[in-house]
Design a binder for this molecule. Structure first.
Ligand SMILES: [Mn+2]
Length: 191
């Protein structure tokens, strides 16, 4: 009898230990999931300009090294970039950086559709950049500010960005629509 009771107590302790262990495992799983999400968030935050930095030698190019920031009203800039091929770069402030698209033809003023290739995020300071990127560097050539101002985001999802530009040349409602035909391809048109 005594023995049996002792046995039961031991079994009970064992069950309790198992339960505790299970609770510990579950807790650590939650912690693990939380940590992973947190690390991804941090990486995303710090990596958003990594591509930009990786492509440039800041000892040679006059372009800003830049960091993530924020302005009172979201800004936009359109650079005219005389690189190996003349193109325009549309840049919209989003998430503390300038989300950027390279546009091979002059930005749409009427009903024309423009192909816009999404390229790497640029730092906010880039909105003020103009100058010459020296030969042998990424995007070598003359960069001018073609238009700039602030903008209002109207609609945004993974396939569509609708926004109003308040620039000197570009005014009114525009849309970028993701297209499946070209990698990172979007169509940019005026509404
Ligand atoms: Mn460019």
């Amino acid at each position: 009898m005594q023995n049996l009771r002792l046995h039961n107590v031991k079994a009970l302790i064992l069950v309790n230990k198992k339960l505790d262990f299970r609770r510990f495992i579950n807790l650590s799983r939650e912690l693990r999931e939380f940590s992973i999400i947190y690390i991804i968030f941090l990486l995303y935050f710090f990596m958003s300009l990594e591509q930009y930095k990786k492509k440039r030698k800041f000892s040679e190019t006059p372009e800003p090294k830049g960091k993530i920031g924020k302005t009172k009203k979201p800004i936009f800039v359109i650079h005219k970039h005389q690189a190996s091929h003349l193109h325009w770069d549309l840049r919209l402030e989003m998430d503390g950086v300038l989300r950027s698209w390279a546009v091979p033809k002059e930005p749409p003023k009427g009903k024309e559709k423009r192909l816009a290739i999404m390229v790497e995020d640029h730092p906010l300071e880039y909105a003020k950049f103009k100058g010459i990127i020296p030969e042998g560097n990424y995007g070598a050539g003359k960069v001018e500010i073609w238009d700039s101002g602030f903008y209002e985001l109207k609609i945004m999802d993974s396939k569509k960005i609708e926004f109003t530009l308040h620039g000197k040349k570009m005014k009114g409602l525009y849309v970028l629509i993701k297209t499946g035909y070209v990698k990172n391809g979007w169509l940019w048109l005026k509404l």
